[in-house]
Design a binder for this molecule. Structure first.
Ligand code: FAD
Ligand code: DHB
Length: 399
């Protein structure tokens, strides 16, 4: 089997890349270890930056998002039982975010790609990436545990295979540096059949810890509560979850609407960056290269940003024979990645409580929140980062 760009993974990074390349007439194949149903059924992120929404429209993928997504002009920050509305659209000249679940985005991308005759091989597990530092790289994969090993030969390989995928490991350890921070808390996320409680997302830092109120539809709500990352979900009865959510989100005269919980799970929080994001003809993108804690809602958006940069570089290669944009892929992406890492760390440390935090640090975080409430500069900085920073068009001379 042969193609121009072999893509490991059919998550947000891999599927957006396939669409962007198709627009430029470049052929690609996605190899995805999971089934289509598993990919389309995994509950994850929910917030799209303003330019991702525009990109979906541009690619002809925005119809369902336009009718089923929720467009938010701001977010609510809550601490000391008081709420503050951050008017992001007002601050940023009209930029809004879209609350539209990641798996709904993936359903739209998969359906459109298959309808256009694109190739996504579900159930195809990549076992090895070979020849990344040669002109003839290839990907080895198996369909199912008993399947024979097959080979996809390509001009370029893109590792869009998430944090646990094999692509990053194909960059020799001596040629990459990894930066990491593990947080001493996790998130317990639920989906509940309950009415909308509030008109926008609430990020709350209360004495008991962090909670986030989000939405999926008028009937289904998404909520998160800070927890021990090593806790067993079996320790969290529905009653306990509601008690914690009320303790962190309720204010005087306002209480959260409850409903039946039909999905729940715990995720750990981590920051991680691998530098560089390329080796020879192998490029890594999205969670394969970097992880952010979800508090800034940046994970999916950073993944799409990487592949937008990569698609432009591949188009310049195939169309004009240019090698410079491919050579600077990693440096270009990392400038945005580190800003996303900084913002996600800032939101996470400002909004969570934990035993490792000193009283001094807690007061600093509350002062940070007060700065957002009382100064335009802090409010604007948070808003600009949240709705999505502009893209750098210049390429740095050094990484
Ligand atoms: P992924 O979505 O991980 O996609 C990688 C794909 O590669 C997967 O489909 C995987 O099956 C496939 N793959 C892996 N190994 C192989 C192999 N050997 N062969 C073939 N295919 C392979 N972000 C937020 O902003 N808010 C959230 O609430 C949030 N919640 C999250 C919850 C969880 C449990 C996780 C893991 C992430 C969450 N994120 C959240 C982060 C966000 O979902 C990710 O940043 C986003 O999915 C990154 O997209 P990606 O395409 O880079 O990677
Ligand atoms: C959602 C997830 C996030 O990580 C976030 O910061 C905001 C919303 C969500 O799943 O809706």
């Amino acid at each position: 089997m042969k193609t121009q760009v072999g893509i490991v993974g059919a998550g947000p990074a891999g599927l957006f890349l396939a669409h962007l390349l198709a627009r430029d007439g470049i052929e690609a194949v996605n190899l995805e270890s999971r089934t289509r149903a598993a990919v389309e059924g995994t509950v994850r992120a929910g917030v799209l930056e303003h330019w991702v929404t525009a990109l979906m429209d541009e690619l002809g993928l925005g119809a369902r998002m336009r009718s089923e997504g929720h467009f938010h002009d701001g977010i609510t920050l809550q601490w000391n039982r008081e709420r503050f509305h951050l008017d992001m659209a007002g601050l940023t000249g009209g930029k809004r975010v879209t609350v539209y679940a990641q798996h709904e985005v993936l359903k739209d991308l998969i359906a459109a790609r298959l309808a256009a005759g694109g190739r996504i091989e579900f159930g195809a597990s990549v076992t090895a990436i070979e020849g990344a530092d040669t002109d003839a790289p290839s990907i080895r994969f198996r369909r199912g545990p008993d399947g024979a090993e097959e080979t996809l030969r390509c001009d370029f390989i893109v590792g869009a295979d998430g944090f646990h995928g094999p692509a990053r490991q194909a960059i020799p350890a001596s040629r990459r540096t990894e930066y990491q921070k593990i947080y001493p808390f996790g998130w317990l996320g639920i989906l509940t059949r309950a009415p909308l409680s509030w008109h926008e997302l609430i990020y709350a830092n209360q004495a008991d810890g962090f909670a986030l109120l989000s939405t999926r539809s008028p009937e289904v709500q998404r909520m998160y509560v800070q927890c021990d990352p090593h806790d067993d979900i079996a320790n969290w009865s529905d009653d306990r979850i509601w008690t914690e959510l009320h303790a962190r989100l309720d204010t005087d005269g306002w209480t959260l609407s409850e409903g039946a919980i039909f999905q729940k799970g715990i995720i750990p929080l981590r920051s991680f960056v691998c530098e560089p994001m390329q080796y020879g003809r192998l490029f890594i993108a999205g969670d394969a290269a970097h992880i952010v804690p979800p508090t800034g809602a940046k994970g999916l958006n950073l993944a799409v940003a990487d592949v937008l940069v990569l698609s432009r570089a591949l188009a310049a290669h195939y169309r004009d024979g240019r090698a410079d944009l491919l050579a600077s892929y990693s440096a270009t992406c990392l400038r945005r990645v580190w800003k996303g890492e900084r913002f996600s760390w800032y939101m996470t440390t400002m909004l969570h409580r934990n035993d490792e935090e000193t009283d001094f640090e807690r007061r600093i975080h509350l002062a940070d929140l007060d700065l957002v409430r009382s100064t335009r500069a802090s409010a604007l900085s948070l808003a600009e980062n949240y709705v999505g920073l502009p893209f750098d068009t210049d390429v740095p001379s050094a990484a």
